[in-house]
Design a protein around this ligand. Structure first.
Ligand code: PAF
Length: 298
């Protein structure tokens, strides 16, 4: 596997692949990989001639009071995991290469998608995400790009970005991968120590309650929101940020509970902010993710 750290090396390597007519799958990550990333990497491996994973903790998507400085980083560990998943190359640029002196051009998503949920709590977050994703897509020129359903609003923003900028790439969305007790895999789970770890299952339990309310009361999205809120309220270490039912493509709130729908949740467990979601597809089937322990899978 190749470790590529400069834009020049990436361009030359990418041009070689293009000349050979190879299809390229890109998995953008911020590193400190977990089973969710590796599941997407294996899908990319099966669907493309070449698989590139980017490992870049993108400073522009973190707010001033967020965890940029302490975000977990371990490139040797990521390299070993990606090699094992059959990835061909890691692109791990420096922040100076991605944001050269005088950097002034942003990709700024607008509209309802960037007014609610994560966008409302993390001003500027999706500007940073859209900008770095656009740069990665332009630099790598992939045939397909792989994102995780766990970041459902990010998926919607990237889908919009690809359509609006006419980028010739296919968006592929991989499932949320869960611990056996339901906790969604996230690089930030490393912050969950002591009692916070079992308490963090409150998000999965709340979504499960929301889904039950959805199936029981198909006319009231508020009943679904309330079912999720009450589970979080009952967990002493949890503080609710939002519990919402919305359109998966626009994140606009739903009034009646009807498919397609995204049950979206954000909460703090102690000082760690976590997000999670269940998706009700247009055909009426639920996507709640996949468990690492098959005994819990639906
Ligand atoms: O989901 C992430 O890890 C990041 O938001 C991404 C897509 C790699 C952009 O920095």
């Amino acid at each position: 596997m190749r470790l590529i750290t400069t834009l020049e090396d990436l361009r030359q390597t990418r041009d070689g692949w293009s000349r050979q007519g190879r299809t390229i799958g890109l998995l953008p990550t911020m590193g400190y990989l977990h089973a969710g990333h590796l599941s997407h990497a294996r899908t990319a491996r099966a669907e493309n001639d070449i698989v590139v994973a980017s490992v870049f903790v993108n400073p522009t998507q973190f707010g001033p009071n967020e965890d940029l400085a302490r975000y977990p980083r371990d490139l040797p560990r990521d390299t070993a995991l990606l090699a094992d998943a059959g990835v061909d190359a890691i692109f791990a640029p420096t922040a100076d290469a991605m944001y050269p002196a005088g950097f002034a051009t942003w990709v700024e998503p607008a509209g309802p998608l960037t007014e609610r949920l994560e966008a409302a709590r993390r001003p500027g977050h999706f500007r940073g995400v859209a900008t770095v994703v656009a740069k990665l897509l332009l630099l790598v020129g992939p045939t397909r790009a792989y994102f995780g359903q766990k970041d459902a609003q990010q998926v919607a923003v990237v889908r919009r970005l690809i359509a609006d900028l006419n980028l010739p790439v296919e968006l592929r969305v991989g499932p949320t991968i869960r611990e056996p007790d339901g906790l969604a895999m996230s690089s930030r789970n490393v912050y969950l120590t002591g009692d916070a770890r079992p308490a963090a299952t409150a998000l999965y339990r709340a979504l499960t309650a929301g889904r039950a309310a959805f199936d029981a009361a198909p006319s009231s999205a508020d009943a679904v929101r309330e079912a999720m809120r009450s589970v979080i309220a009952a967990e002493p270490l949890a503080t609710l940020d939002y519990a919402d039912v919305c359109d998966p493509a626009t994140c606009a709130p739903l009034i009646t509970s009807e498919a397609p729908a995204l049950l979206a949740l954000a909460a703090r467990i102690g000082s760690t902010r976590l997000i999670d979601n269940f998706l009700l597809r247009a055909d009426g089937s639920w996507d709640i993710g996949q468990f690492t322990d098959a005994r819990h899978a639906e």
